[in-house]
Design a protein around this ligand. Structure first.
Ligand SMILES: O=C(O)CCC(=O)C(=O)O
Ligand SMILES: [Fe+2]
Length: 263
């Protein structure tokens, strides 16, 4: 087991987004084109909830009001091949259930996005996001607001961490952007999960994309695509699968009782 753990740790480290507060990791081409197409085909069309600037669905179900997951397996098209690859990277090895038990699927059309937010206390501090379809920039901002450059030490320690990475790495002050290509995996854990906000601006084009403004530029699968387009990314429909470990899970028995109790 320790072999896997050591391998997992080393395996993950080369995907770290350097120059950002820990811990963001970006893995380009985490799934293949065929796997992407197969998943896109299996997302059930009747399960979408429509919101103003995106639509979403939750698997196996939405959480109850007190953030409890009613125990049920994830569908196979969401677990294979993801979970074994997550395990190899050691992603959920320290979370309560040792693997994700919940997936939120978001779909954004061009010009759609999601407000800056944090994912909060219902989940263990690990989110694994698989992107499908178009590329999109995730805006990473401080909870306190403003950039660490402008504000100096804002008391959160974020500016300090952003500037405290070693030697040759480029430093990125918050706010910054993470560019998510189709078929990539973004992992957000620890202080990156707890101390920062993330959102997607509702625009039709992400522009000025380059090594200065995109924190994971050197980890991109194909930065030439964006260079060749003059630093622009025309938004196309993007779907994200966000894998998490919900802390509170109720068994089938308490599901029945809870269900009766609410009537
Ligand atoms: O689509 C994304 O990558 C972000 C989604 C998100 O932040 C969330 O579902 O909490
Ligand atoms: Fe989120």
């Amino acid at each position: 087991m320790s072999g896997v753990e050591v391998m997992g740790g080393e395996g993950l480290e080369r995907f770290r987004i350097a120059g950002l507060p820990p811990n963001f990791y970006y893995v380009a081409d985490f799934i293949s084109v065929e796997e992407e197409a197969s998943i896109l085909q299996k997302i059930p069309a009747q399960r979408w909830t429509h919101l103003t600037h995106r639509r979403l669905q939750a698997h196996p179900s939405t959480l109850t009001k007190n953030n409890t997951l009613l125990a049920a397996p994830l569908p196979q098209w969401l677990t294979s091949p993801m979970l074994s690859r997550f395990e190899k990277l050691g992603l959920f090895r320290d979370t309560p259930h040792r693997e994700p038990n919940h997936v939120l699927i978001n779909e954004y059309g061009s010009g759609e996005g999601i407000m800056a937010h944090e994912d909060g206390g219902a989940y263990a501090r690990v989110v694994a996001t698989v992107s499908l379809g178009g590329s999109v920039c995730l805006d990473v901002t401080s909870k306190v607001g403003g950039s660490s450059e402008e504000k100096g030490d804002d008391g959160s320690g974020i500016g300090e961490k952003a500037n405290g990475t070693n030697g040759t790495d480029r430093k990125y002050s918050i706010p910054t952007r993470i560019l998510q290509e189709p078929r990539s995996l973004l992992i957000t854990t620890g202080p990156a999960y707890e101390d920062l906000l993330h959102g997607i601006s509702p625009v039709e084009v992400d522009d000025h994309l380059d090594a200065e403004t995109v924190a994971n530029w050197s980890l991109l699968g194909d930065s030439h695509v964006f260079e060749d387009a003059g630093g622009r990314n025309e938004r196309a429909t993007r779907i994200s699968l966000t894998y998490r470990d919900v802390l509170k899970v109720s068994s089938a028995a308490s599901k029945v009782l809870g269900g009766l109790g609410r009537r």
